[in-house]
Design a protein around this ligand. Structure first.
Ligand code: BGC
Length: 784
């Protein structure tokens, strides 16, 4: 079959038709530094670093983060993830001329991220005057050793001998877009070219030790004068090196980062961290850059690619690239090692959203981890357990009972972390108030939804008993106190909220919110009943803490009278009380503008509030999550109604539309939405990722592949598999975890094959309306 070609705009991004593990920048693109910094980010869930180039460039954003090390500038600001001192910028000066790719000529350029090994490499020839220099670089953040990152630069003079001045070090003169989070630096130089900076965040007082060792291919006795400088917030070593024509010279730096928040660091005071960093540098001396990189590449294979293969048989190479890209990023963005932290909306790849966690985790990211890495999913839901204190404080502050989860969460104890003021209103010229932290309340039910899904998909009874049950019940307790009785119509309502469609502020009875709250209440009631009958000791424990005896009848009463927006005569579920009465506008110009937020060139948020315009999947998401509660007719009608009114101004929207269209059998629509969603970060929109990649949308690439097209779904405690492959794919194969069993699934549009690899338990799945058993260590082949 002929290879299918994707129509690509002319950009510097290069996709390799024959290599689904490589993504490249084909020519140096100084106008789009942010794109590559984010999509080529490196990390391991603990450390994350943007791919700023070795040489400094105007407009670069040089970020390195350690997950969970939040700091707050002052009372007026919310907490954010501080940007660490940088170790990757290296100045190269050839015969007095500083390497600058905007000068001279750049030949044979390519920068590539190898998604399989986590290596970022770059090569080019720089011609300045009559001289050409070949520069080859490589960089990684170790997946095998959480605290370690490495960099290698190889330089060759091609046209004659030259002198190279190379300056590298630790640069603490970094900020989060101007905000300085560190103080109290201590700088140290040790023998063997080891440089160290210890520093501390201003408010949260997190200690950091950053230690870097420089290794040069020139022996020390030939190094000559090495200039080391301790500048104000900066340590730098400058090496003056003779370059002999055609004889490559290498510079390597191996860096470790330790902080006082690390669970694997025993002594967290400054002096101990300093010692830890120094000793680690000495211990690492026995390995060179290549060995450390090889070890890290092996960890990628061992942890991810070998145990959880995922292959698409297709001529559309970009689809396989996308799933590799997605799983690579999901791995580097997720702090699965420490349940006091969670995934940030931009991962560890940018300052956008300040490192905060949203409902993105439970609704969009968690399914990937539940089905692929249940131990990481456990850590993510444990984070919400640890956040109960903050959630209870938020509820109490607002006059409610139970646990009300923050819309934006940071450090577990912080509670609500959403900023109060946002962008400038184009009409009033004043800062726009961000209401989400006050009234985007569906997050509380979303958290319960994620926790319940985790518990039932994994059968992790220990988690349920020690953490999960309490979350389900205390979130329901919040809803009991939150519902408002409307005596005019004899029902409970939820008024003055922001739903997933954040273009409707102060909405009454947002359908998604009401249904999710109802689901939360129902889960809690059923759980209380189950515990009472089957686990009296657990019932009693929770009864003592949460007064289940009184709560149970209260929930039942609320459940009976909570208003659930239902399909009207035309089968449309009103997004909220007002939505269907609002005027419509011609959205076409904004939908075809090809950028997010185009609508706001002409309208302000207040005006959009009064239009039938939806930011992202809202009713559609409700129908997707609760597919068994609504008829196919209702789903289709609502699709037809809401799809043309949705701007997809949130990156969470397209993926839900893909999955829902796939469920509805709208194959062409589904694939076309898929391609748009797939390309949010990886595609040719060169500014979309400036502030960091879109974590939920990247998880969406997996979700569209396995849940949407693969037809895998968690539904009311059961696993359903109903393949729905696009015509562009011949076969999809993947592994997934269910009830502690690993299943290998192979799908075509005619067949479904499932093998139980773990084989300690029979697994039951739903398929084509029937239940199918997969015996232990056996395979079931279904012809469709
Ligand atoms: C979306 C939210 C989302 C947040 C972080 C916003 O633009 O509307 O639903 O949680 O981004 O990704």
């Amino acid at each position: 079959m002929a290879k299918a070609k994707e129509v690509t705009m002319k950009t510097s991004i290069k996709y390799h038709q024959d290599d689904p593990w490589r993504l490249s920048e084909a020519t140096f693109d100084p106008a789009h530094l942010g794109k590559y910094e984010a999509i080529f980010a490196l990390g391991n869930g603990y450390l994350g670093t943007r791919a700023a180039t070795e040489e400094a460039n105007t407009g670069e954003v040089r970020n390195t983060f350690v997950a969970g090390t939040f700091d707050r500038l002052n009372e007026d600001e919310v907490t954010e993830l501080p940007n660490l001192p940088d170790v990757f910028q290296v100045a190269l000066v050839f015969n007095g001329q500083r390497l600058d790719l905007n000068q001279g000529k750049v030949l044979d350029y390519e920068r590539s991220l190898n998604l399989k090994t986590g290596e970022l490499s770059r090569h080019f020839i720089w011609r300045f005057g009559r001289n050409r220099y070949r520069i080859t670089t490589s960089r990684f953040v170790s997946l095998a050793r959480r605290h370690v990152m490495g960099q290698r630069i190889e330089v060759t003079a091609l046209d004659g001998d030259a002198t190279l001045k190379l300056s590298a070090g630790i640069n603490g003169q970094v900020t989060n877009t101007g905000t300085q989070h560190f103080n109290d630096d201590v700088k140290r130089l040790y023998p063997h070219h080891i440089l160290q900076l210890t520093t501390k965040t201003n408010e949260s007082q997190v200690n950091f030790a950053i230690t870097t060792q420089h290794r040069l291919s020139v022996p020390d006795d030939r190094l000559g004068y090495v200039k080391t400088e301790m500048l104000r917030r900066r340590l730098r070593a400058t090496y003056t090196l003779p370059l002999t024509k055609d004889d490559p010279l290498t510079f390597e730096s191996i860096t470790t980062v330790y902080t006082s928040r690390d669970l694997d660091v025993a002594y967290k005071d400054r002096a101990s961290l300093r010692r830890q960093g120094y000793q680690a540098a000495l211990a690492l001396e026995k390995m060179n850059f290549r060995q450390l990189l090889t070890e890290s590449a092996a960890a990628w294979a061992d942890k991810l690619w070998t145990p959880m293969p995922l292959e698409i048989d297709t001529d559309h190479a970009r689809d396989q690239l996308a799933i590799n890209f997605a799983r690579y990023h999901l791995q580097i963005m997720t702090p699965g090692h420490d349940s006091r932290m969670n995934v940030a909306a931009k991962g560890l790849s940018g300052e956008g959203y300040k490192g905060h966690t949203f409902w993105d985790t439970e609704i969009f990211l968690l399914p990937y981890f539940i089905f692929s890495q249940p131990e990481v999913a456990r850590s993510l839901v444990t984070y919400r357990y640890l956040g109960l204190h903050g959630a209870r404080t938020k509820a109490a502050d607002n006059g409610y009972r139970g646990a009300q989860y923050p819309w934006e969460a940071a450090w577990v104890d912080d509670g609500e972390s959403t900023p109060v003021w946002g962008a400038t209103d184009i009409v009033t010229g004043e800062a726009t108030k961000i209401w989400s932290g006050f009234i985007e309340q569906h997050i509380t039910a979303d958290v319960a939804y994620g926790v319940e899904q985790y518990m039932r998909a994994t059968d992790d009874e220990e988690f349920a008993r020690t953490r999960g049950n309490e979350i389900i019940i205390d979130t329901a307790r919040f809803w009991c106190s939150r519902l408002e009785w409307n005596p005019d119509v004899d029902r409970y309502e939820i008024n003055n909220v922001v739903g997933p469609d954040e273009y409707k502020e102060h909405a009454n009875n947002n359908a998604f919110t009401n249904h999710m709250a109802h689901w939360n209440l129902l889960q809690a009631m059923q759980l209380i009943d189950r515990l009472k009958t089957n686990e009296p000791a657990e019932y009693q424990r929770l009864d003592e803490r949460l007064d289940l005896a009184a709560l149970r009848p209260e929930i039942e009463e609320r459940l009976g009278k909570l208003y659930l927006p239902a399909p009207n005569a035309e089968a449309i579920i009103p997004e909220d009380d007002a939505y269907l009465t609002l005027p419509t506008i011609d959205l076409k110009p904004y939908l075809t503008a090809g950028r997010v937020g185009a609508l706001f060139d002409d309208y302000n948020l207040e005006q959009v509030n009064h239009l039938q315009v939806t930011k992202q999947a809202d009713v559609i998401l409700l129908l997707f999550l609760f597919e068994r509660h609504f008829s196919k007719r209702v789903k289709l009608k609502n699709w037809q109604y809401y799809e043309p009114r949705t701007t997809h101004d949130s990156s969470l929207s397209l993926l839900t539309h893909t999955n829902f269209a796939a469920d509805l059998g709208l194959k062409r629509k589904a694939y076309s939405y898929y391609r748009r969603a797939r390309d949010i970060d990886m595609g040719t929109n060169m500014n979309s990722s400036d502030e960091g990649i879109h974590a939920a949308s990247i998880a969406g690439i997996w979700s569209m592949t396995v849940l949407g097209f693969g037809g895998v779904r968690y539904l009311d405690g059961r696993l359903r598999i109903e393949p729905n492959l696009p015509d562009q794919w011949r076969q999809l194969s993947f592994c997934l975890w269910w009830h502690g069993q690993k299943l290998a699934v192979t799908e075509t549009n005619q067949t479904l094959k499932i093998r139980n690899l773990t084989g300690t338990r029979v697994v039951e799945i739903d398929h084509a309306g029937a239940s199918v058993e997969i015996p232990t260590h056996d395979e079931v082949l279904i012809t469709r």
